[in-house]
Structures are given as C-alpha cells and as structure tokens.
Design a protein around this ligand. Structure first.
Ligand SMILES: [Mg+2]
Length: 192
C-alpha cells in the first residue's frame, strides 16, 4: 500500500468537490452570471432546468475541452490534498454531457486524484443528487461555487463543512448558515 493510501485510510475527513467552476472554467467571453442564470429556473424554490434539444446541442458544442480551461490553482491543491484525505468528485453535470466530460478528463487527467467520481448523468435535480451522494459517502467537507445549492445542502447537512468558491470582490450575499464559508480558492481553506 502506498503512503498516500495509508494516510487516506486514517483520515477522519472525506472531502467532496464540485466540478464546473472548481476545476473547469466556464467558456471565455461569456459572463458567468449569464451561464448561472440559464442553468436555473426563475422561481423562488431551487430548481435546475433540463435544456431542450437545440440548447443541448449548443451546450455540447460549448463543452469542447478547448473552451473549458482547467483551473490550475485548484488542481494544484488537489495534488496536495489527495495525499492526506480521500477525495470525491460530485458533479451535477447532466447526461447529455457525458462524452464531453470524458473528453475533458482525458485531456486533463485529474481523475486519478479522486477515490471515486460521481456525475449526475441520470439527470436528477442537482441539489437532490448532491445531497444524497454527500450523505451516502459521509462527506465531511464539500466545496462548490453555487451558493443557492450550498444553502440547500448546509440546511440538510448541519455537520458538514461547506465552502463557497467565489472570487468576486463584489459579492455581498448574506449567508445564514455557520457551516458555509466563502473562499476564493481551495488553498485558502484553513481546515484542510
Ligand atoms: Mg459548479
């Protein structure tokens, strides 16, 4: 057994990560706020949209690995953290993006740092999918860029530490839970 595997076994922490905007950049030139806006339904309860056929084609095109750059600083953190903790990738990506996801992971081989990877390829609501996987894996720390989703998870998993990845210096959103902290990058997480 490798030293990293021994350390992982002893670790009391089980660390989960989202994929898009954590390790994979959104396409350049399109404002992030626009992409987030099209992903969600415009009503008060949290709900994610299943895009129609034409929109799926556009999104499949926009998910070519050349448009989706890796987020290098967070990938560097991954290389350090996997020597200490078992890491899990828990992504809400929908089934129509399975091939593009595989292509990206072939081009940027980060899968080896994770003990297991989970994608929402059965098209559940993203927050419900992540809540279930976090509970079943007994995740202790989870990192995501989607604050609406984190608010849902934090309420349902009060003993898990959540981290909201957000680089914007203008965000003034109020976070009503003690178990969500805002960080600009993974290396800023003091607990890990
Ligand atoms: Mg994301």
């Amino acid at each position: 057994m490798k030293t990293s595997e021994k350390k992982q076994l002893k670790s009391p922490y089980r660390v989960g990560f989202d994929f898009d905007k954590v390790f994979v950049q959104y396409p350049p030139l399109i404002p992030d706020s626009f992409i987030n806006w099209i992903y969600k339904k415009k009503n008060k309860t949290l709900a994610y949209r299943m895009p129609g056929t034409i929109e799926q084609k556009v999104r499949i095109f926009s998910h070519y690995p050349i448009f989706r750059h890796p987020i290098r600083n967070n990938i560097s953190s991954l290389k350090k953290l996997y020597k200490k903790y078992p890491l899990y990738l828990i992504s809400g990506r929908l089934g129509f993006l399975d091939k593009r996801t595989e292509q990206w992971l072939n081009k940027f081989p980060i899968k080896k740092y994770f003990k297991e990877t989970y994608f929402n390829f059965n098209n559940e609501q993203s927050h419900i999918f992540k809540d279930r996987v976090i509970k079943s894996l007994k995740i202790t720390h989870y990192i995501d860029d989607d604050l609406d989703l984190l608010l849902y998870l934090a309420k349902n998993n009060p003993n898990v530490f959540f981290y909201w990845l957000d680089k914007s210096t203008f965000s003034k959103r109020y976070i009503p839970f003690d178990n969500i902290k805002r960080v600009a990058k993974i290396s800023h997480i003091k607990e890990l």
